[in-house]
Design a protein around this ligand. Structure first.
Ligand SMILES: O=C(O)CCC(=O)C(=O)O
Ligand SMILES: [Fe+2]
Length: 338
């Protein structure tokens, strides 16, 4: 399966509407054909991405008791926090991923998480989790006794800002693609960062495993996303797959600096089913060196505001009246147990 490549530089991102029309045509083709695209020359630098992975590596390698302090408690009370290994399950198999969900970088662990918390607090900084990274890349390099993950927040904020800019261009182009005014989707996606916002950024970690684990487990079981569209960044470990219209799985292979764009449910419903949310999953790589290695990814879920109908009131194949986005999310998301 050939994944459509969209070169964002060609459209001069923030310029004339003519370019936006061209982008909307590319998105229309990509979403109609495959439900996904590979974005290149999107303006986000390798360094921005690597810095976030470095912080993720530092955090996810902390002991469980510490990570659980930041536990996600469910969408009703809060949309943010740490989701532990095995607390989300999408199918028969055991999911092997953990993640940290945020609305803004401020939701990441703050000054309350210091070197004092670490079991190995007397160790030199280079022996702290993430020691496989060069010392100058370590977000917590100013240890000991300081805020442990300031670099994670700073790096995440920078990446998040860039992802927001990219996503607003895509929202505008998709509005045109579904035959609406340019600002149509933006007007349904106002909220950002506040308690009501369901635009979420997830830092994900897939711990090392072994080839036999694939019998009973999977890194992330198949599903489609419930938001509008998803921007997905992955390291070079591989395993991400999408499912085509005939039910066959194809690889969404990592390529340096590219971002995978996935059509999700909201755009499926609001395009009158012209676009289909892409089913996807992350498998345990067959290649032993890869499956014995951690995998990191960053996923930006662009979602409409909580009070917006989850599907149009004109959709005849769906129950009417539609629930709002917030209630719909609550009903479909697997609520982590703890
Ligand atoms: O980590 C990945 O590559 C995929 C994760 C995913 O599909 C999700 O978080 O919805
Ligand atoms: Fe997903």
């Amino acid at each position: 399966m050939e994944i459509p490549v969209i070169d964002m530089e060609k459209f001069g991102l923030r310029e004339g509407s003519d370019n936006l029309i061209k982008l909307s045509e590319c998105l229309d083709q990509a979403f109609t054909k495959t439900g996904c695209a590979r974005l290149v020359n999107h303006g986000i630098t390798t360094q921005q991405i690597e810095n976030v992975y470095a912080g993720s590596s530092l955090f996810f390698n902390l002991p469980d008791e510490l990570k659980k302090r930041y536990r996600f408690v469910g969408l009703e009370d809060s949309t943010v926090g740490y989701i532990g290994l095995g607390t989300e399950r999408y199918g028969e198999k055991q999911d092997l991923h953990e993640g940290y969900l945020i609305r803004t970088a401020e939701d990441l662990p703050g000054k309350d998480l210091t070197a004092e918390d670490l079991p190995g607090k007397d160790l030199p900084a280079e022996d702290l989790p993430g020691k496989d990274l060069p010392a100058e890349d370590l977000p917590g390099k100013d240890l000991p006794g300081k805020d442990l993950v300031p670099g994670w927040r700073i790096a995440t904020e920078s990446l998040h800002t860039s992802l927001k800019i990219l996503s607003s261009v895509i929202l505008d182009a998709l509005s045109l693609a579904i035959g609406k005014e340019r600002d149509y989707l933006a007007s349904l996606h106002h909220s950002e960062g506040d308690k009501k916002s369901f635009k979420l950024l997830r830092m994900a970690h897939y711990p090392p495993t072994n080839p036999d684990a694939a019998q009973t487990s999977i890194r992330f079981d198949e599903h489609c996303d419930f938001n509008t569209f998803t921007l997905l960044l992955q390291d070079n470990m591989g395993g991400l797959q999408g499912r085509d219209n005939d039910g066959n799985w194809f690889d969404l292979t990592p390529e340096p600096d590219s971002i995978i764009l996935l059509a999700a449910q909201f755009i499926q419903f609001y395009s009158n089913e012209k676009y289909k949310a892409l089913r996807h999953r992350v498998i345990i790589p067959e290649e032993e060196v890869k499956c014995r290695h951690s995998r990191y990814s960053i996923i930006y879920f662009v979602n409409a505001d909580g009070h917006i109908p989850a599907w149009p009131t004109t959709a005849t194949h769906l129950p009417q009246p539609p629930p709002n986005v917030q209630d719909h999310l609550m009903s479909v998301l697997v609520n982590p147990v703890n």
